[in-house]
Design a protein around this ligand. Structure first.
Ligand SMILES: *Cc1c(COP(=O)(O)O)cnc(C)c1O
Length: 345
């Protein structure tokens, strides 16, 4: 498979917009005078345009993850990264994508915005991909298969063998959304990036890294795929404050690790307490910072919790999630509030 054959015709011939700051990216205001970008010259920390290639942030990520910078693209949240993938590879009103509900809602939203058909192949009852049905759904216009692993909202990871089979047999891009990978026992697919030319991995600083507010999503893929995405991304898609804040956090990954292990401890305690709530019928296994449970009447329980000041997510309208609620793991105090509210119902 030649990945570049999957790219839309208009994108293949596109030249990226060359921004002023692209051209002298290693220069600093100590050695040069910048009169090229019509910026206000009075320094306030953000008067200059940000680095369009986010080199400092990528240096940190490259070190932490052991992935070369040419295999990394950053976006304004994973949501922008996913949208760039759609726009580079899916011809509107012609191509299609494959998603495996119940899953992250953004793939369907983006397919609608981009006018790209979303072929849905439900997961099994224990939330694993159905390989044969997926391969049967594929046609010559199927460009992207989205695998969310660990999966939101079910919480589980997909079997390594199943994912590997899909990577081998699907002749398009396989996007593995690893938003929750830091909470999982399972290893990231990053280690296998070089083995599969069609593998795209997305991660985010929104969950484990505690930076949902700065909007920073990360895409890892072959340098061919990354260079296509670079060609279409808005030049200054990641702002200066986001880049600074991300670097601050990436300098302290040990703090992130501490928080993640505290969240995982809290997850264990929460699951233990949920077992004694009379109307909870099933607690699904989770590799994420949330727990999906099946209750007697999800909408009733959801409204009762709201009345007690606890906001959770009602997933009952999702396929295979009838009467399911999703609880994010909070601090010890927050989780105790959830538990005592549940027990008082
Ligand atoms: C939360 C989440 C994301 C994160 O999206 P951002 O735009 O980076 O905040 C991505 N994928 C899934 C499955 C998620 O649940």
């Amino acid at each position: 498979m030649n990945i570049l054959d999957l790219v839309r015709e208009n994108i293949k011939s596109l030249k990226p917009y060359s921004s002023a700051r692209d051209e002298y990216k290693d220069a600093t205001t100590d050695t040069m005078v910048f009169l090229d970008a019509n910026e206000n010259p009075f320094e306030n920390g953000v008067n200059r345009y940000p680095d369009p290639q986010q080199n400092s942030v990528k240096d940190f990520l490259s070190n932490i993850k052991g992935i070369s910078k040419e295999n990394i693209l950053l976006g304004n949240g994973s949501d922008e990264v996913l949208d760039l993938i759609f726009r580079a590879f899916c011809e509107p009103n012609k191509d299609n994508i494959i998603t495996l509900p119940p899953t992250y809602g953004m793939y369907d939203v983006l397919s609608n915005i981009n006018s790209v058909e979303n072929k849905r192949v439900l997961l099994t009852e224990d939330f694993q991909p159905k390989v044969n049905q997926i391969l049967e759904a594929v046609d010559k216009n199927s460009k992207i298969l989205f695998l969310c692993s660990p999966n939101n909202p079910s919480g589980n990871s997909f079997s390594v063998e199943i994912v590997e089979e899909l990577l081998n047999k699907f002749n398009g891009l396989v996007v593995i959304d690893e938003a929750y990978i830091d909470f999982s026992e399972q290893k990231s697919w990053l280690a296998k990036l070089a083995n599969f030319p069609n593998l795209v991995i997305t991660q985010t600083l929104s969950k484990a890294y505690g930076l949902a507010g700065i909007r920073l999503g990360v895409c890892y893929a072959s340098k061919e795929i990354i260079s296509v995405l670079n060609r279409i991304k808005p030049p200054y898609n990641v702002n200066e404050l986001t880049q600074q804040k991300a670097i601050e956090r990436l300098l302290k990954v040990d703090e992130v690790e501490k928080e993640v292990s505290e969240i995982i401890n809290q997850r264990t305690l929460l699951i233990e307490s949920l077992k004694s709530v009379s109307f909870i019928q099933n607690i699904y296994p989770t590799d994420c910072n949330f727990v999906l449970v099946k209750v007697d009447d999800a909408t009733k329980r959801y409204n009762q919790l709201i009345a007690k000041g606890v906001v959770i997510r009602n997933r009952t309208t999702q396929p295979l999630c009838e009467n399911c609620l999703r609880f994010t793991v909070g601090t010890a105090t927050e989780n105790e509030k959830l538990i005592s509210a549940l027990k008082s119902l």
